[in-house]
Design a protein around this ligand. Structure first.
Ligand code: IPE
Ligand code: IPE
Ligand code: MG
Length: 252
């Protein structure tokens, strides 16, 4: 089906409020074309632009992209360095698009371990777009969910120690407030490209009730049409949140 036909089928009143994606398959895409893995990462930037633009156009207010995991430091140095400088270039090149589209840049993860240049570019982008309010684009960078949850536990423990929080008052709300994603709604739709059927340490707490969507399309090939397919799939699902099907369709 064509891009426009698919887009028109989307119910704009039932959009996911927050889409999170695991952008995967860059390396395999490059290899299949006889190129180095880094070439795939470069090509993936166009997919980021398309998906960001498509979400903004539709009116999805939150988009979160997994760009670099804590585990990704284990990759060859050459690839890690290339990814870090690609980030600097991309943030620089995309600033205009972010401003024109009124998109706010945000980041989650341990930014302190990023190379200075990368961190500076990122913080500069975040600062310059802080008053934009059409959509929040969050990059998960040097992010892993277990790291995030561990940090939240530490922060809460500190506040218990100072008497600010009583242990019996710790609830889901308090835990949420100490996560990197505090202030963001939980993702309702999680898309992973490249056919891998796993979460890879991504937003474990936040994805508790997300609809998961897996596609074989490799990230550098991921286009608006693929996003529309994922959203339509999401809209055709019955989200029960523990209730019965009859309860959610108001048959009882
Ligand atoms: C995703 O593509 C990008 C990052 C993890 C940074 P990969 O680089 O994981 O590509 P594959 O999975 O090896 O094909
Ligand atoms: C997950 O992809 C991390 C990012 C997309 C940034 P990976 O390619 O690193 O995940 P695994 O190793 O296949 O689980
Ligand atoms: Mg991968």
């Amino acid at each position: 089906m064509s891009e426009d036909l698919l887009k028109n089928k989307i119910d704009l009143l039932k959009l996911p409020e927050h889409i999170a994606t695991i952008m995967d398959g860059n390396g395999r895409w490059a290899k299949s074309q006889g190129h180095l893995r880094v070439f795939g990462h470069k090509k993936g930037v166009k997919s980021v632009r398309e998906i960001t633009e498509a979400c903004a156009e539709l009116g999805v207010p939150y988009l979160t992209l997994y760009a670099f995991s804590t585990e990704n430091w284990q990759r060859p140095k050459l690839e890690v360095n290339a990814l870090m400088s690609l980030l600097v270039d991309t943030i620089g090149n995309e600033m205009r698009t972010l401003q024109e589209n009124n998109i706010k840049l945000n980041a989650i993860g341990d930014l302190s371990r990023l190379p200075n240049k990368t961190r500076k570019a990122l913080l500069n982008g975040i600062e310059k777009t802080q008053s934009n309010d059409r959509m929040t684009l969050t990059l998960a960078l040097n992010y892993s969910s277990r790291w995030e949850i561990t940090m939240a536990m530490k922060k809460i423990a500190e506040r218990v120690k100072t008497g600010e929080i009583m242990p019996e008052n710790i609830d889901e709300e308090i835990i949420q407030q100490h996560l990197e994603t505090s202030g963001l709604p939980d993702p309702e739709l999680m898309i992973r490209t490249s056919g891998e059927l796993r979460i890879s340490n991504y937003l474990l707490w936040q994805l508790a009730y997300a609809e998961l969507y897996f596609t074989d399309v490799l990230w550098p090939d991921f286009r608006k049409v693929h996003l529309y397919e994922a959203i339509l799939d999401f809209q055709n699902r019955e989200r029960r949140f523990g209730k019965t099907g009859d309860q959610v369709s108001n048959k009882t």
